[in-house]
Design a protein around this ligand. Structure first.
Ligand SMILES: [Zn+2]
Length: 51
């Protein structure tokens, strides 16, 4: 179940205001966040509200 929006930006490829989004479940949120964080790409992780 996708419950997190992992927001990131690669400054070598994108302008700073550009936001790339990976949708992640609880299980994969941490590894995706770590992957991006190590590269200084991570902007934030937002919860996706159930509709
Ligand atoms: Zn997952």
């Amino acid at each position: 179940m996708a419950t997190w929006s992992v927001v990131w930006n690669n400054p070598k490829l994108h302008t700073p205001d550009r936001e790339k989004i990976w949708v992640a479940c609880d299980e994969h949120k941490q590894s995706l966040s770590d992957f991006l964080s190590i590269r200084s790409f991570l902007k934030r992780v937002d919860p996706i509200e159930p509709t």
